[in-house]
Design a protein around this ligand. Structure first.
Ligand code: 5CA
Length: 437
């Protein structure tokens, strides 16, 4: 994308309403624009990141055997009356009426709807196990929307729902999602720690929150330091096989949120191994058995011919929240430092003298080698403005092209994460950025 024609509106001033770094940087870099309290429009830069995050989530769900669907945002209240949650959910639910005065709602989550869809088709134990997910906008009328997209009212969530014949099957589905979550967050460059958690309005008896450590996190968390060192991406994963080598490690070390914190267990850990920190919840998984299948009449015939209610679980990831969380974990005083996997563009080509035959030619070659994963700063702006914008927007690589270097066929390659700079020929710069090292 050529910046001379792009809609990438940056803000010079730090917006007063933004209390944390990610919110400030998302507004300053022109990633999002708040249109009502807790409701955001995603502008080109933000939208590209959101889609990259979403795609990693999708790939890992698919790899774990879940199937993607798309359920609507608007739901009929009657479905929620069947589960008993319509009245219980309270003022966080946005309730609507259609022109026929029928009660509708903007979905805060989809347990009822997916149970309704599944009960229409599933007849026997041979229709199990299944796992359906979608990536869809949710609305929760949060009492205090804050921190930008981190706690919004409208937000993008991936929610998956598993259906199994019995407890053993449901445990297996839970462990598959547990593993997929570890991989998903690791691919985004995040260390997310699963912690036993309360189940809240979703209900059920087993639940883990996936939490990344950040000073501005809303939860207080306690964990064993070994958990920060486990490299899940180097572990082979066979979703149809034994997941213990990945899953069991996490239950062998202490990790808890404030609500579940156990002082006695904590005191038993050597002090040098304890980490207490603030955290951001980026995912939450639940096992709740027949909490929805029983009242909603989802049943299948078992191998012995008797009817059974499938055992269910649900598995959420805060896709839009993740964009903020990734920035919380990857920024400095000048701006964002995107991990490559989710960067809006891999490379920014900064032409310091637009109109100079030498710089124009080198810039065009570099840009062509990476387009559409590169931005080309071909604006008629001072070098300082180009440097500041590239640092703010956080592209992993910057290729800086000035007239003196261009005359010698050289560009200066800067790595945003480390600040390291090297002078290279165009070919070597292209190879370096492609190689990622
Ligand atoms: N039905 C279950 C699992 S699919 C569910 O709704 N779980 S949840 O309530 O924990 O939400 C799942 C994830 O959505 C959370 O872990 C969090 O990352 C994200 N999330 C929840 N509320 C918000 C919000 N107000 N703004 C942004 N993200 C949110």
């Amino acid at each position: 994308m050529r910046l001379s024609r792009a809609f990438l509106p940056t803000l010079k001033e730090t917006p007063a309403e933004a209390q944390i770094a990610s919110h400030r940087l998302m507004l300053r870099a022109g990633m999002v624009r708040q249109t009502s309290a807790g409701i955001y429009a995603w502008l080109p830069l933000g939208w590209r990141v959101l889609r990259k995050v979403e795609q990693i989530v999708r790939e890992e769900q698919d790899a774990a055997g879940a199937q993607e669907v798309l359920m609507p945002t608007i739901q009929a209240a009657d479905l929620w009356r069947q589960s008993g949650r319509y009245d219980a959910y309270g003022p966080e639910m946005l309730r609507l009426k259609d022109r026929h005065e029928r009660d509708m709602l903007f979905g805060p989550t989809n347990e009822e709807m997916v149970t309704d869809i599944f009960r229409t088709y599933a007849k026997s134990y041979r229709d199990l196990p299944r796992n359906l997910y979608h990536i869809q906008w949710k609305f929760r009328d949060e009492i205090r929307p804050r921190f930008g997209v981190m706690r919004g009212r409208e937000f993008l969530m991936k929610d998956a729902y598993s259906f199994d014949l019995d407890h053993a099957g449901a445990t297996r589905s839970y462990r598959q999602m547990f593993t997929a979550y570890l991989r998903t967050f690791a691919r985004m460059g995040l260390k997310a720690i699963p912690m036993q958690a309360d189940t809240g309005p979703i209900g059920g008896n087993l639940s883990h929150e996936f939490i990344i450590l950040a000073e501005t996190g809303e939860s207080q968390v306690y964990l064993h330091k070994d958990l920060l060192e486990f490299d899940v991406l180097s572990q082979p994963v066979d979703y149809d096989g034994d997941l213990s080598p990945v899953v069991d490690f996490w239950t062998s070390r202490y990790a808890a949120t404030d609500e579940k914190h156990d002082e006695a267990a904590w005191d038993a850990i050597p002090e040098a191994d304890r980490v207490s920190a603030r955290g951001i919840e980026v995912g939450h998984i639940f096992y709740f058995g027949t909490k929805y299948s029983a009242p909603m009449g989802l049943q299948v015939s078992g191998p012995d011919g008797k009817m059974v209610n499938p055992e269910m679980g649900s598995y959420g990831i805060g896709v839009s929240r993740l964009v903020g969380a990734i920035i919380e974990a990857n920024h400095d005083e000048t701006g964002i430092r995107w991990p490559e996997a989710v960067a809006p563009f891999k490379l920014a080509v900064l032409n310091l003298k637009v109109g100079d035959a030498g710089t124009d030619a080198l810039a065009a070659r570099l840009y062509a080698a990476f387009d559409p994963d590169a931005v080309y700063d071909d604006r008629d702006e001072r070098a300082g403005v180009k440097f500041a914008d590239a640092d703010l927007m956080g592209y992993p690589w910057q290729a800086i092209i000035g007239p003196r270097g261009a005359a010698a066929g050289k560009v200066e390659l800067k790595r945003r994460a480390t600040g390291e700079r090297v002078e290279l020929s165009v070919e070597d710069a292209i190879a370096r950025v492609k190689g990622g090292g």
